[in-house]
Design a protein around this ligand. Structure first.
Ligand SMILES: [Zn+2]
Length: 624
């Protein structure tokens, strides 16, 4: 019996090999990955090439960059051992031209194989932003962004893709791609072209998902929390009210029928030192820290509302540069102020308009944006930075789009409300632009401003665009906010928590062991000096009971800042020299308190607003 079983399985394997060898070429790229077979943190990828690829077309490529990211990532760098064969298994010569390009010297090429390593823990000089990359954790979790797994032949990105994943039978794929086949331990997905494939990352792991309806759309939330700290249900409880507010904010018309939030939580942080998410048409992929739900829910809501709004722009309203995205020689649009600035503003504005955060907190977030914007180089216009965001010196200014871009978007909203006497705002502008353009009707970069003037009928906007978006003028904030019963002060005293005690003011330096220490005690504020009780040369080992290292610091502080309020307990562990000159570990336990702080760029509500100011403020900040 045993023998028979063996013989049978032998026959079966033999048969399977034969079938695999005889897989027919079709019009599509046919890719296969076996997730069960991770070797040295790598996966083998197999491609049966499309019938229309002739012997002249044998330049195989990976993208330099993908939509929604604004830096070069060179995804080919994660590919190795690329081989090409004909149907009889004869191997051809392959030459690697550069990081992303291979030239195959062959006739009737049938199959290509290569290995991919994951970008998340690859040893590379500049880490790739994790939500746009790949993760291979054998039999635990796989994050598979197509740009890090699959290539295309030069100028043949428009052909369809069929991808087969063999997987552990208890694993589940979260993706917005259409599943067209598979069985209990495999999935087959189809994409109409490379663009759609890249636009739909997949996460494979044991399932933890929640589904619900939003308007007419289906929402899915999928969470990978390796230590089971956060569940999809926890996230759904926080995100659902926000999504409902967003849906109303957009006028109850979601431009898509389904949407997936794919959330990976890391207990230790990420190689890039960043956390964040990347938007796609029907999903977004989040890389956040694994923390108790109450600690990360504000962060998730903030990031999720930003990513979700992206379905309006750039995914729906966008320029030709984005529509005909060039993966090899990317060309950038000059309207990042719209794609990122307006979206970031709306993500904040929506939350206060629908009562998810207080008006006061909203004013603090505006202040922080203005303050952050001053840290960047002045004298570069938003359009100039946008057009050139992949090259120096502009790439270092890119982050400012989330600060200056958002503030200018707010000013545009206020200007629209003022010009229309409260009848027209930025939400309506986006709705009108969606009606005029759309997923398959991109605008020309040069015509957008003119089109907005036509749609709104406000010629006055030309000078707004000339000065603040195309030009380098900083808005005189009082001109914009005063009609709404709001005042701007370059500096004013406020009573607030200063959660970091002033370490954010260039106080920290790295020592020879790459640990952070207090190098400029005098720059700490009252809370840092008296509340926390830092001393000169203290090495910070833990913050809020979490290891404070080069790779964890930003994630630790980010999640702490997201929830901290007056009265909270805080524990910080430092290494401090005692009187004998020996280093001692010391736990500083304290309560977070408010201190009178002179803050720059403060926005305050006018104390005795006129009736008209109140009317306009309500129009701006409360749901109508
Ligand atoms: Zn964004």
């Amino acid at each position: 019996m045993k023998f028979l079983a063996l013989l049978l399985s032998f026959l079966f394997i033999f048969n399977a090999v034969l079938t695999a060898q005889q897989a027919e070429q079709t019009e599509a790229y046919q890719y296969t990955i076996d997730l069960n077979k991770v070797q040295e943190d790598q996966l083998l990828v197999e491609l049966i090439i499309p019938t229309s690829i002739s012997d002249k077309d044998l330049t195989f490529q990976f993208p330099k960059i993908i939509p929604g990211t604004y830096e070069i990532s060179d995804y080919g760098q994660f590919v190795s051992s690329l081989k090409a064969y004909d149907k009889k298994g004869r191997e051809f010569k392959v030459e690697r031209i550069d990081q992303n390009t291979w030239k195959i010297d062959g006739k009737k090429v049938y199959k290509i194989t290569y290995l991919i390593q994951d970008s998340w823990d690859a040893e590379i000089r500049e880490a790739v932003f994790e939500p746009g990359g790949t993760n291979i954790e054998a039999l635990k979790n796989y994050v598979l962004s197509a740009n890090g797994c699959f290539g295309f032949f030069e100028n043949k990105e428009k052909l369809p893709y069929v991808v087969t994943y063999n997987r552990p039978s208890n694993f589940y794929a979260t993706t917005s791609l259409k599943r067209i086949g598979g069985d209990f331990d495999s999935d087959i997905f189809k994409a109409q072209d490379y663009h759609e494939l890249v636009d739909a990352p997949i996460m494979y792991c044991k399932p933890d998902t929640v589904n619900f309806k939003l308007g007419y759309g289906d929402i899915q939330i999928s969470v990978y929390s390796p230590n089971g700290v956060v569940t999809a249900k926890d996230v759904a409880e926080k995100v659902r009210p926000m999504l409902e507010a967003q849906n109303q904010y957009l006028g109850n018309i979601l431009p898509v029928d389904r949407y997936s939030f794919i959330i990976y939580l890391s207990p230790t942080g990420y190689q890039s030192g960043a956390i964040g998410a990347l938007e796609h048409a029907r999903s977004s992929l989040f890389c956040l820290v694994e923390e108790k739900p109450e600690k990360i829910s504000k962060m998730i809501v903030d990031i999720a509302s930003h990513e979700f709004f992206h379905m309006v722009t750039p995914l729906y309203i966008h320029s030709e540069e984005i529509h005909d995205f060039d993966f090899v020689n990317p060309k950038m649009s000059k309207h990042l102020w719209l794609y990122e600035g307006v979206i970031e503003y709306m993500a904040q504005h929506m939350q206060t308009k629908y009562g998810l955060v207080s008006d006061k907190d909203f004013l603090v977030s505006i202040r922080d944006k203005v303050r952050n914007s001053t840290r960047f180089k002045q004298g570069i216009s938003l359009t100039e930075m946008s057009k050139n965001c992949l090259i120096e010196p502009y790439s270092k200014q890119y982050q400012n789009i989330y600060y200056k871009g958002a503030i200018v978007a707010m000013c545009l909203d206020l200007e629209l409300l003022k010009l229309s006497k409260g009848k027209y705002d930025i939400q309506m502008l986006l709705r009108d632009l969606s009606g005029f353009y759309g997923q398959d009707a991109p605008f020309k970069d040069e015509e957008l401003f003119q089109k907005i003037i036509e749609i709104t009928g406000f010629k006055e906007l030309q000078s707004f665009f000339d000065r603040y978006i195309d030009g380098t003028d900083i808005p005189a904030y009082n001109d914009f906010v005063k009609p709404f019963g709001l005042e701007y002060f370059e500096e004013a005293a406020v009573d607030e928590v200063s959660p970091l005690g002033g370490i954010e003011n260039g106080v920290l330096k790295k020592d020879s062991l790459e640990r952070f220490f207090i190098s400029q005690y005098e720059k700490l504020d009252k809370f840092g000096k008296e509340g926390i009780g830092f001393k000169q040369d203290d090495v910070i080992l833990k913050w809020d009971r979490k290891p404070f290292t080069l790779s964890t610091a930003s994630a630790v502080l980010f999640s702490y800042m997201g929830v901290v309020k007056a009265g909270d307990d805080l524990s910080i562990t430092v290494l401090r020299k005692n009187d004998a000159g020996e280093e001692e570990e010391l736990e500083l336990n304290l309560k977070v308190t408010t201190i009178p702080i002179n803050k720059k760029h403060v926005f305050k509500f006018t104390e005795n607003p006129t009736e008209e100011q109140l009317r306009m403020r309500n129009r701006w900040l409360t749901r109508q």
